[in-house]
Design a protein around this ligand. Structure first.
Ligand code: ATP
Length: 272
C-alpha cells in the first residue's frame, strides 16, 4: 500500500471546482514530483491533502488512514507535513522561534533534541538562530521552512515550489537536501513548475494540467518526453550545467538500477 494515496479527488473553492478526478500514489521512500504550470492546481492539491481545502469527492489516505474529516493538526501529528509555497515564515520572529512553531504537535520534552538535529543538518541556522527570519537570504529562509517542517518529525513532506526565486546553486542545495532526507526515511512529494528541476531528483512524476493529471511515469520516462520538457522547461536555471549533469547522471544511474540512496548530510548556507 502506498504511503499517500489519492483516489479520484475533486476539490476547489466554494462552487469553483479546481481538481477533477485526481488519483496519485506516493510510496514510502520515494521522491515524487508534481509538475504543472501556474494555476494548474498544484497548491490546491497539497492544501486538499492537508485538509485546508475541503474534499468535494474521492478519497485521500495517509499511512493507511483516510484523511477525510481529519483536522490539519492531526494530519501533521500522523507524520504528513507541508512546506508551503513562498516559505510562509513568521518574518519578525527569530529562526529558532520559527523552528519551535514547527514542533507544536510534539511533546515539550522533545523540542531541544529536535532543534539540535535541525542545527546539525543546517549549521548556518545555528549561527542565525537569534536573527529575525525575514533578514535571511531566500535560500536560508527555505532552509528554515524545511527545518520547521522537520520539527514535527514527519514521515512525509509536501514541498510546494521549494526552488521558487532561488539561484541555481541554492536550488541544487535544496534538491540535495530532499535527497538526503530520503536517506533518513523522509518521503517527499515535491511541487514544481520547472520539470527539469523536479525530475532531476525524483523517482516518479505526475503532470497536472487544469486540475487533471495529464500524464505520469518514471522520472526517466518523463525526462525523455519532449512534450513534457517543452511545456514545463521553467525558469532561467534550466540551462545550468550542474542541473544538466545531474539529469544525465540520474539517467545513467537509473539505467544501472543501482537502487543506492543518499545518506544524511549537512547543507551549507551560501547566499543566492
Ligand atoms: P501556482 O504555481 O501559481 O501556485 P498552482 O498550480 O499551485 O499555481 P493553484 O494555486 O492551486 O495553482 O490554483 C489553481 C486554481 O485555483 C487557480 O485558478 C486559482 O485561481 C484558484 N484558486 C487558488 N486559490 C484559491 C482561493 N483561495 N479561492 C479561489 N480560487 C483559488
Amino acid at each position: 500500500m502506498a504511503l499517500l494515496e489519492l483516489r479520484s479527488v475533486t476539490s476547489g473553492y466554494g462552487r469553483s471546482v479546481v481538481l477533477r478526478d485526481v488519483s496519485l500514489d506516493v510510496n514510502a521512500g520515494e521522491i515524487v514530483a508534481l509538475i504543472g504550470a501556474n494555476g494548474a492546481g498544484k497548491s490546491t492539491l497539497l492544501n486538499t491533502i492537508m485538509g485546508v481545502v475541503p474534499l468535494m469527492g474521492g478519497a485521500v489516505a495517509f499511512d493507511g488512514r483516510p484523511l477525510a474529516r481529519i483536522a490539519t493538526p492531526a494530519i501533521v501529528r500522523a507524520g504528513l507535513v507541508q512546506v508551503p509555497e513562498r516559505r510562509q515564515l513568521f518574518g519578525t520572529m527569530t529562526v529558532e522561534e520559527n523552528l519551535r512553531m514547527g514542533a507544536y504537535v510534539r511533546e515539550r520534552g522533545e523540542v531541544s533534541a529536535l532543534l539540535e538535529s535541525q542545527y546539525a543538518l543546517f549549521p548556518i541556522l545555528r549561527e542565525r538562530r537569534g536573527q529575525a527570519a525575514q533578514t535571511l537570504s531566500g535560500g536560508q529562509q527555505q532552509m528554515v521552512a524545511i527545518a520547521r517542517a522537520l520539527m514535527a518529525k514527519p514521515k512525509m513532506l509536501l514541498l510546494d515550489e521549494p526552488s521558487l526565486g532561488l539561484a541555481p546553486l541554492i536550488v541544487q542545495q535544496i534538491v540535495d537536501l530532499i535527497v538526503a532526507l530520503r536517506g533518513r526515511g523522509v518521503t517527499s512529494l515535491v511541487v514544481e513548475q520547472n520539470a527539469k528541476v523536479a525530475l532531476a531528483h525524483a523517482d516518479r512524476g505526475y503532470v497536472i494540467e487544469t486540475g487533471r493529471i495529464a500524464t505520469s511515469g518514471t522520472a526517466e520516462a518523463l525526462l525523455g518526453d519532449a512534450a513534457v520538457l517543452e511545456a514545463y522547461l521553467g525558469g532561467a536555471d534550466v540551462g545550468s550545467n550542474s542541473m544538466e549533469e545531474r539529469i544525465r547522471a540520474k539517467k545513467l544511474a537509473m539505467r544501472a538500477d543501482s537502487g543506492q540512496k543518499a545518506g544524511p548530510q549537512t547543507i551549507r548556507g551560501s547566499r543566492p
